[in-house]
Design a protein around this ligand. Structure first.
Ligand code: RIB
Ligand code: CA
Length: 307
């Protein structure tokens, strides 16, 4: 029985790999992909999502959403993803986007769904998901889990305090952390364990597969090693969120209390209490470790299933 999934993203090199992993995984029934401005502007993230899904032969509709956060200014991260958003890798144009707006499409997908039957995956600034859940609260009953690549227990990657997705729209993240749905956080501390290295790129490129594996290898090869991680490799953030849904045995996790800072120089910081030392109620599942070898083996095995 596959799991109904909606993915909101900002492709983005790692978003692209996450979309391919989701497409190739029979455990997931990818119903909808919504897109926001994030790593690069919506004018790029939307065609990137269309191209990535088109290359993988996806049938899920792609719907455009927020080009900017709820309150703050839009900012991009071209240092990591390039100005095109896919590390300079050029893909054939994908099918046209579906009409409408992301928040409406998410609500339509939830409306009438059975209780706790739809999983929401957030791989970019959480604006679209927050708009959907804040404007029609009863739809939250249809949500089985919200899996977010966002935040950090420790150091950020946008500022010393804040991870990019959380920093871009902390108000939206606060809506999701307080919405009452089960939330699973995939933080920088987790993704720092899933490092793309030249050896892993070579192994991935050597595997069986078609155009998606080739394009994924090119994208991974273009990822700059992280200075934050002393150049040991490039953390493959967003696919970790998909891997949690496909192969949870690769992870360890614990309940925690998470909140996001909205004001001051630490805006976007996620304050995560792993030990119940604060008076804040547990509101997330925090993924803590990943079996990196198993993760990259899963990615390689699933890419072989794509065209
Ligand atoms: O901080 C990493 C996250 O921000 C990833 O989702 C990346 O694609 C960007 O959206
Ligand atoms: Ca992303």
């Amino acid at each position: 029985m596959s799991r109904a999934v909606l993915i909101d993203c900002d492709p983005g090199t790692d978003d692209a790999v996450a979309l391919w992993l989701a497409l190739a995984s029979p455990e997931l029934d990818l119903r909808l992909v919504t897109v926001a401005g994030g790593n690069v502007g919506l004018e790029r993230t939307l065609p990137n999502a269309r191209a990535v899904l088109g290359l993988g032969g996806a049938r899920a509709p792609v719907v455009a959403g927020a080009e900017r956060p709820l309150t703050g200014a839009y900012r991009s991260e071209t240092r990591v993803h390039g100005t095109d958003g896919l590390g300079g890798v050029v893909l054939p144009a994908g099918p046209p986007a579906a009409p409408g707006l992301a928040a409406d499409a998410i609500r339509d997908a939830l409306r009438g769904a059975a209780p706790a039957s739809v999983t929401l995956v957030g791989l970019g600034p959480a604006t679209n998901l927050a708009l959907a859940l804040a404007t029609e609260p009863p739809l939250r009953a249809a949500v089985a889990e919200i899996v977010l690549m966002t935040g950090a227990v420790g150091e950020g990657n946008w500022t010393p305090a804040a991870e990019f997705n959380a920093a871009m729209d902390p108000e939206a993240l606060a809506v999701l952390l307080g919405c009452g749905c089960p939330v699973t956080l995939v933080t920088l501390d987790l993704t720092a364990q899933a490092l793309v290295t030249p050896a892993r790129v070579a192994a991935l490129r050597a595997g069986p597969g078609g155009r998606c594996r080739a394009a994924c290898g090119d994208i991974l090869a273009a990822l700059p090693p992280s200075k934050r991680l002393a150049g040991r490799g490039a953390p493959l953030h967003d696919p970790c969120a998909i891997a949690w849904l496909v192969a949870p045995a690769l992870f360890t996790h614990r309940p925690a209390a998470a909140e996001v800072v909205l004001d001051g120089p630490d805006r976007g910081r996620t304050r995560i209490d792993r030990w119940q030392r604060s008076d804040r109620p547990v509101n997330i599942r925090l993924l803590e470790t990943i079996d990196a070898e198993g993760f990259f083996a899963l990615l390689g095995e699933r890419l072989a299933r794509l065209p």
